[in-house]
Design a protein around this ligand. Structure first.
Ligand SMILES: [Zn+2]
Length: 361
C-alpha cells in the first residue's frame, strides 16, 4: 500500500532531488517517477490519480500515513530502492534520503552509518595482520556499496597473497565475490589444505621456485642462493611498482617486510616475511614453501645469483690464496661475476645452517 505524501511536500522533495542529484541531466519527470515509486506508487501518474481520489474521498483503500517511525523502518529498503531506480550508488542514495527527511533521519540513522554488515573470521596466520582485539574473533565489517571480498579483507589489514581460501556462508568463493548483507565469511591462510585445488587461491608458481626480494632482505637472498634457489635482489631500491610488476611478469614469489606492497593488485604470489633475523627468516621461508627437498648447495652464486660450474684447478691458481690452492682439489666459478668457490670453512658453515634449518622444521 502506498504512503500518503501531500502534493506540497512531494513538490518540495522533487526540487530537493533535482538540486542534489549526483549527476546533471536527469529529467524532472524521471525524478517525479522515482519519488512516486519510492513511496509505493506505480509511477507519477498513479500518484496523482490516487491522491486526487483520496482528496475527493473516492479512494476506498486508505493510504499509509508517514511518520518518523515509518521512515526509519523503511530507511534501508528505500536506500536500495532509490539507488536502483536512479542508477546511483548506495551512498548517493543515502545522502539524498537524508536531504528528503532531515528531521526524521538525522537522529536514528546518522548519514555516516554504514547500511550493511557481514561477519568475518580470520584463521591461522591471517591473524598476524590483525590488531590484538581482533585476534581469533569474529569481526563485524560494515559497508555501503557491496565491496569485493578481496577489498574487504585488505581493508581489515590482511594482504590478499596471504589468503589461501575464502568461504562465504559455507561455500568456497574467489576474491571477486561481492559481499552482501548478513554474510558469514571465513578466511584461511595460504596454503589452505582444507580447500579443493580448483578453489585454492595462488600459493606458489608451477615448476621452478624463484624468488624476488625487496631491498631490505639482502641477507635472506644470500641464504636462499646458498641453498641453490634463484633469488633476484637488487642493491638499489627500484620502488614498489617495479617489485610488484617484476614479480608478476617473471613469475617470482615476492618476499618483503612491506605489507602495503603485498596489497598491490598485480602481486599474486608473495609473502610477508615475519622474522627479523636472517637465519630465522631463512628457516621461515624453507618451512613455508617446503624447500628442503630442493636444496642444491654450491650451484648458485651467493653474490650475484649467477650459476656456478666446475673449473679446472690450474685455472684458478692466480685467484685463490696459496694455502687454499694446495688444500683444495675442486673449484667452482660463477659464470656471471667470476667469483670462485670451494668447499672451505664457509662451505662447512653453510652446511651447518642448511642442516639446522631442516632440524628446526
Ligand atoms: Zn656471481
Amino acid at each position: 500500500m502506498p504512503y500518503f505524501i501531500s502534493t506540497k511536500i512531494f513538490k518540495q522533495q522533487a526540487k530537493i532531488l533535482v538540486r542534489h542529484w549526483p549527476f546533471a541531466g536527469l529529467k524532472n519527470s524521471h525524478i517525479r517517477n522515482i519519488l512516486s515509486q519510492l513511496y509505493g506508487y506505480k509511477d507519477n501518474h498513479d500518484y496523482l490519480k490516487q491522491l486526487a481520489e483520496y482528496d475527493s474521498g473516492l479512494n476506498i483503500a486508505p493510504l499509509h500515513a508517514l511518520s518518523e517511525t515509518m521512515v526509519g523502518l523503511h530507511y534501508k529498503e528505500w536506500v536500495i530502492k532509490m539507488a536502483k531506480l536512479g542508477a546511483i550508488n548506495h551512498i548517493q542514495a543515502k545522502t539524498l534520503l537524508h536531504k528528503l527527511w532531515p528531521a526524521y533521519l538525522s537522529a536514528q540513522n546518522p548519514a555516516s552509518d554504514k547500511l550493511y554488515s557481514a561477519k568475518i573470521r580470520f584463521h591461522g596466520a591471517c591473524n598476524d595482520f590483525l590488531d590484538r582485539k581482533s585476534l581469533n574473533t569474529t569481526i563485524e565489517y560494515l559497508f555501503n556499496d557491496p565491496p569485493s571480498i578481496k577489498d574487504c579483507i585488505e581493508a581489515i589489514g590482511v594482504p590478499h597473497p596471504e589468503v589461501g581460501a575464502i568461504s562465504i556462508n559455507n561455500s568456497w568463493v574467489t576474491f571477486r565475490n561481492l559481499l552482501t548483507d548478513g554474510d558469514s565469511v571465513e578466511v584461511f591462510p595460504n596454503p589452505c589444505p582444507q580447500v579443493s585445488p580448483d578453489m585454492a587461491l595462488p600459493f606458489k608458481p608451477e615448476g621452478e621456485i624463484k624468488f624476488l626480494l625487496d631491498v631490505h632482505l639482502g641477507g635472506l637472498a644470500r641464504y636462499l642462493r646458498m641453498a641453490g634457489f634463484d633469488c633476484m635482489h637488487q642493491q638499489e631500491d627500484n620502488g614498489d611498482q617495479w617489485l610488484a610488476e617484476t614479480s608478476a611478469s617473471d613469475n617470482r614469489i615476492l618476499l618483503t617486510r612491506d605489507i602495503g606492497l603485498l596489497k598491490r593488485a598485480v602481486v599474486d604470489q608473495a609473502r610477508w616475511v615475519r622474522n627479523i633475523l636472517t637465519e630465522s627468516q631463512f628457516c621461515e621461508i624453507v618451512l613455508h614453501y617446503d624447500l628442503s627437498p630442493h636444496f642444491q648447495a654450491l650451484t648458485r652464486c651467493i653474490k650475484c645469483n649467477g650459476h656456478i660450474a666446475a673449473i679446472e684447478k690450474h685455472a684458478v691458481k692466480e685467484y685463490v690464496p696459496q694455502g687454499v690452492y694446495k688444500q683444495q682439489k675442486d673449484f667452482k666459478i660463477c659464470n656471471n661475476c667470476q667469483q670462485i668457490y670451494w668447499k672451505g670453512s664457509h662451505y662447512d658453515k653453510m652446511q651447518d645452517i642448511l642442516r639446522s634449518s631442516k632440524t628446526r622444521l
